[in-house]
Ligand binder design. Structure first.
Ligand code: GLY
Length: 385
């Protein structure tokens, strides 16, 4: 799709964006009142608090992350108490070696609080979490997924930024090299020539040799799982931003990957700008949307529009971000007319094959939707960090 053919201007979309942010604030208050101390992952029939299997524990930062964003966007101080207390529960996870998701956990929470307060203890936790994540490095030069040392996930591109961040704060060149090599291995083995992405890469643990592309949550190994593509375009944009100025990174090398992924998304997405949960579903497979992939893409495209220097490209990515938000702000995706639906964004898919969170609200969909709204309302990506 060519976004400029159809997309609204930021100014014309502001009433819808603000209405969506109001809805998000209402749903966040509902969760705080109805489910005290709860960290949501996915709804069941539109209700929180009924998750079955979590598969892995990667979502606990998203709800407090929404509270930090709401405080930032509205100045309302009542968000601060619950944002702080839910974020504090994550502190022990700065040492968590069981998951590859420490960027998801700490960028959404501790980094936002650190930007607000500059408290040294928050910085210490962020640095330790970055060091812990770096311990996942394997012989093949990548940070491995929670499944084991043989497995590289595209999702880790959303987390490796924490290693870059810790490297910048401490000046530790080893951390910097580990993060850079992870990005290069991901670009080489999981991003295809046309900008599409594989979810997983399988390696020989002894030699570090890449063996094949695979998938856990996509349709199949050679398809493009929509959320994986979204993680890639957002994650490589963040890597570009955080790696800049570091030694041994070719200027623009990660930006070029992000751009290829973004162009693949825009080439393949339907006219609504919201993708099915995998771009390569055969006709017999259920064609469910993944609104979370669209929300992540909208937020990532906003950042990408600020990272590129060509004004035509800036305009194209920004228009695409707004076109996605325009669709997500309609009744088809927002439960404006469905007060019984407790999530913010409907029609996400967590794990189709396992039957988890299929056609539901999902914590990261809600989080990145609110993040994209906040960026678009403020007119700058800084509002989301
Ligand atoms: N495992 C991360 C995701 O579901 O996107």
């Amino acid at each position: 799709m060519n976004p400029s053919d159809t997309s609204p201007t930021r100014e014309s979309l502001l009433p819808e964006l603000r209405r969506a942010l109001d809805l998000a604030a209402g749903r966040a208050r509902l969760v705080l009142e109805r489910y005290p101390n709860y960290l949501p992952m996915y709804t069941v029939g539109g209700k929180w608090g009924h998750e079955g299997e979590r598969w892995t524990h990667w979502c606990e930062g998203f709800f407090p992350g929404i509270l930090w964003l709401l405080h930032r966007a509205t100045g309302d101080e009542t968000w601060l108490g619950p944002a702080r207390s839910l974020s504090r529960r994550l502190e022990p996870r700065q040492h968590d070696r069981a998951v590859h998701d420490l960027g998801f956990l700490f960028f959404s929470t501790y980094l936002r609080e650190y930007h607000l307060t500059a408290e040294p203890q928050l910085r210490n936790v962020l640095i330790q979490a970055g060091r812990t994540l770096a311990l996942r490095r394997q012989q093949g030069g990548y940070l491995c997924s929670f499944l084991g040392p043989h497995s590289l996930f595209i999702d880790i591109m959303m987390n490796v930024g924490l290693v870059f961040w810790a490297a910048r704060e401490t000046g530790d060149q080893d951390l910097f090299r580990i993060a850079r090599e992870h990005c290069r291995m991901t670009a080489r083995h999981l991003v295809r020539g046309d900008g599409s992405t594989a979810h997983e890469g399988i390696f020989d643990v002894e030699t570090g040799q890449f063996l094949r592309q695979s998938t856990q949550q996509g349709w199949r190994a050679d398809s493009t799982w929509s959320r994986g593509l979204a993680w890639a375009l957002y994650g490589f944009t963040t890597a570009h931003r955080l790696a800049s100025g570091g030694s041994c990174v070719t200027p623009g090398e990660f930006l070029d990957v992000a751009r290829r992924c973004a162009d693949c998304y825009l080439r393949r997405v339907p006219a609504s700008f919201v993708p099915p949960w995998d771009f390569d579903l055969p006709p017999e497979a259920p064609h469910l949307w993944d609104s979370s992939a669209a929300a992540i893409t909208a937020s990532g495209l906003w950042d990408l529009s600020e990272a590129v220097s060509d004004t035509g490209e800036q305009q194209r990515y920004r228009s695409a971000a707004l076109a996605i938000l325009q669709t997500l702000c309609t009744d088809a995706f927002l439960p404006l007319q469905r007060p019984e639906w407790e999530g913010i964004l409907m029609h996400g898919v967590y794990h189709f094959h396992k039957g988890l969170g299929v056609d539901e609200s999902v914590a990261w969909g809600d989080h990145f939707f609110v993040e994209a709204l906040v960026k678009a309302i403020a007119g700058t990506s800084e509002a989301g960090w």
